[in-house]
Design a binder for this molecule. Sequence first.
Ligand SMILES: Cc1cc2nc3c(=O)[nH]c(=O)nc-3n(C[C@H](O)[C@H](O)[C@H](O)COP(=O)(O)OP(=O)(O)OC[C@H]3O[C@@H](n4cnc5c(N)ncnc54)[C@H](O)[C@@H]3O)c2cc1C
Length: 384
Amino acid sequence: MNKTYDVVITGAGSIGVLAALALARAGLSVLVLDERTAPGQLSNKKAIGGIRATHSDFGKIRVCQRSIEILSHWQEVEGDEIGWMSNGYSYPAYSAADEKKLKDLMKVQQGLGLNIRWVSPQEYDRLVPGINMEDLRGSTYSPEDGSASPLLTLNSFYFKSVAAGAEYRFREKVTGFRQTGGRITAVVTDRGEYPCGQVINAAGNGAREIGRLAGLDVPVEPDNHEGAITEPVKPFFGPMVVDIRPEPGSANYYFYQNHEGQVVFCITPEPPILGVQPESTSTFFPQVARRMVKLYPRLASLRVRRSWRGQYPNTPDGFPIVGRAEEVENYLHAVGMCGQGFMMGAGLSELLARIVLRRETAEDARVLESFRPHRQFSGVEALK
Ligand SMILES: Cc1cc2nc3c(=O)[nH]c(=O)nc-3n(C[C@H](O)[C@H](O)[C@H](O)COP(=O)(O)OP(=O)(O)OC[C@H]3O[C@@H](n4cnc5c(N)ncnc54)[C@H](O)[C@@H]3O)c2cc1C
């Protein structure tokens, strides 16, 4: 007779591994299933490590503020180096329209408790020395945002979760569920069957497929994004720089210098490139490099070490899907993390544990409002 787990998590990525630690530390028996050979092998290792509470929505702000609290103290509390830096985020404005848009949003963000302010062009030049000053009107600056290594972070959470009793089975694809009376009784894989009390879908790109296996439609669609990293050099600028100006072929791009001195960067293709297309393209690098060097000429002398392509597990409105399924009472969604799964993982992990234990607070209910699985998906998050 197989052991019955309190919780089975499908997917050992940015969400699944972190949730496993929170659940195991809450005293529950946890099994994490992943079709890959090790934790974090799909989207987690493609993330560039940005962690911001700078969003436009209460839920995302609160979850990421909690992530920042956890990750910024991780090394002193847990003893593991994860490359955390409180380097902040910045959104510079080069037109009156962008300045107004960012300042209007900033008022909403400040009202939701975010530490964010407007800095003058001169002050921004001190944060990002040598930034293109032509037409620069200033920038938002949120100093508590930061960054960490997705690889070091996931490994640390993985080993802590194993120490706390979580079990993992790799190279096992989830292929179905046993259900009785509107409840899942066991998770079925290509190698076995695991009786359980509750299930968390944390399958990232595979969320829709896992949902279908439980008879649910989960509107998560992978959206291709490329990233790249340079050689390490001495620190020469502070915050993540997000240039929100669209250009043909791209909506925006962003870059920062990580804890090892490497500049890491990404661009947002416009229109989106949907599906899973793992190969790097020849268009990404010329497109992003031209934009970056125009904005920040000092980047021109850096040598790029490698580039890669991964996916954002996107939802139609840019908000994640988190909460219990109405149709299957012991099934929880923790999917659709879009471009923010790494930054949301730590804060969400505790929230997921409270949902599993049915110990949600009034603030949790407010956080989960825009993440509801049964919403219309008609809005759009301003900083998605
Ligand atoms: C270029 C790029 C840059 C990014 N930068 C950032 C950033 O700076 N900050 C940030 O917060 N986010 C960033 N992201 C987004 C981030 O990577 C994702 O939001 C996040 O990793 C999603 O986490 P997840 O746990 O939902 O999915 P994953 O981490 O992909 O985990 C899902 C797991 O489920 C497993 N799985 C799927 N289907 C099955 C199945 N049927 N059976 C068994 N296992 C299955 C997969 O193998 C995988 O390991 C970036 C993404 C890209 C591509």
